[in-house]
Unconditional design. Structure first.
Length: 297
C-alpha cells in the first residue's frame, strides 16, 4: 500500500468563504490512470487535479471526477495554481499548464489565479428526433418557455468544454429549479456536455453580472458551487448574445445551493474588433484540509 497526500482547496471563494472544493495531488508523476481514478473517487469532490512534471509547460495537470477523466477543470486549476504560489513553487506572475487538450496559460495576480480559455464556439440544440431537443431540455429542468429569459433559448457554448447555457428569467425560477438528473444526464451524454449552466441576470450581490448553477450528473456531479470552465462560456454568451459589452464580467455561483457555498468567478475577455479572441477566468482559493489516502501499488 502507498500513502498519497491530497489537499482539499476551495476555489473561487467569495470574501474568504464558500467556494468549490477541489482535490489537489502534487508530485503525481508515478501514479497511473487507475490510481488517479481510485484517488479521485476516494476524495469524493467533484474534481481532483493531479500535478506532475511537463516538458512543454510549467506543470502537467490531469483532472478526474469521481467517475472519469475530463479535459479541463476550472476550479481545480485555480485551486492548484494558488496553492503552488503559496508553496513557493511559482515565483512569477505567469505560468502554464499542459492538459490532454493542449496547453493553457495561467496568470497570477495578487492572491488570484486566472486560466486561459479559447474563443467561444456556439452550437444550437439539435432538431427533433434526438434526446436533446429544446422541449427535452426544458422538461429535464421542469421548465416551460415562460420560465426562460424572454427572447433567448438554451445554447451549447464551448471555450474548452461543452456547457449548455440556459437563460432563466429571474433568480426565483433559478433558485427553484427541479432537475430530473436522469434526463439531464441523457442530454449531456448526447451533446458531450460537462453539464447544464442555467443563469439569471438577477444576482445576490449587487454589481455582478449573472447568478448561475451547474448540474453535471453525467460526470457524477449533481451540483457544484463554482465552475470556472462554465463561467467562461457564460461570460461570452453575456457579451455576444445579451449585449453586456464589458471586458470583465463577474459570475456568482453557489448562493442557491443547499447549503449555500457562495462563489465569485471573474472572467476577463480579450476583445478585438468586437469579437472575443479568448478569455481568462479566475478567482481566489483557500486551503481547507489535508488527507492521507492509501492505495494499492
Amino acid at each position: 500500500m502507498a500513502k498519497i497526500t491530497a489537499r482539499i482547496i476551495n476555489a473561487f471563494v467569495d470574501s474568504g468563504r464558500g467556494g468549490n472544493p477541489a482535490g489537489v495531488v502534487l508530485d503525481a508523476d508515478l501514479l497511473d490512470r487507475n490510481a488517479k481514478q481510485q484517488i479521485a473517487s476516494r476524495i469524493g469532490v467533484s474534481e481532483t487535479a493531479f500535478v506532475s512534471k511537463s516538458k512543454v509547460a510549467d506543470f502537467k495537470l490531469e483532472f478526474y471526477t469521481p467517475t472519469r477523466q475530463i479535459p479541463h477543470c476550472g476550479h481545480a486549476t485555480i485551486a492548484t495554481f494558488v496553492f503552488l504560489v503559496q508553496q513557493g513553487r511559482i515565483k512569477s506572475d505567469r505560468s502554464s499548464k499542459e492538459t490532454i487538450d493542449g496547453n493553457r496559460d495561467i496568470i497570477l495576480v495578487d492572491d488570484m489565479a486566472f486560466m486561459e480559455q479559447t474563443a467561444p464556439r456556439y452550437s444550437a440544440l439539435p432538431e427533433a428526433g434526438t434526446e436533446a431537443t429544446f422541449s427535452t431540455v426544458l422538461s429535464s429542468l421542469s421548465l416551460d418557455t415562460s420560465d426562460l429569459l424572454p427572447g433567448y433559448v438554451p445554447i451549447v457554448v464551448n471555450t474548452g468544454n461543452n456547457f449548455l447555457i440556459v437563460p432563466i428569467k429571474d433568480q426565483s425560477v433559478l433558485a427553484n429549479l427541479q432537475p430530473h438528473f436522469g434526463a439531464v444526464e441523457s442530454v449531456s451524454r448526447e451533446l458531450n456536455l460537462i453539464g447544464y449552466y442555467p443563469f439569471s441576470l438577477q444576482t445576490s450581490v449587487p454589481g455582478r453580472h449573472a447568478s448561475a448553477r451547474m448540474f453535471g450528473p453525467w460526470y457524477g456531479i449533481k451540483e457544484e458551487a463554482a465552475t470556472g470552465m462554465a463561467a467562461g462560456p457564460l461570460a461570452c454568451y453575456l457579451y455576444d448574445y445579451i449585449g453586456i459589452k464589458q471586458p470583465r464580467l463577474i459570475i456568482e455561483q453557489g448562493f442557491l445551493m443547499d447549503p449555500p457555498s457562495p462563489s465569485e468567478i471573474i472572467v476577463d475577455l480579450a476583445i478585438k474588433e468586437n469579437r472575443i479572441q479568448g478569455l481568462m477566468a479566475g478567482g481566489r482559493a483557500k486551503l481547507m484540509r489535508e488527507m492521507e489516502i492509501e492505495i494499492s501499488e
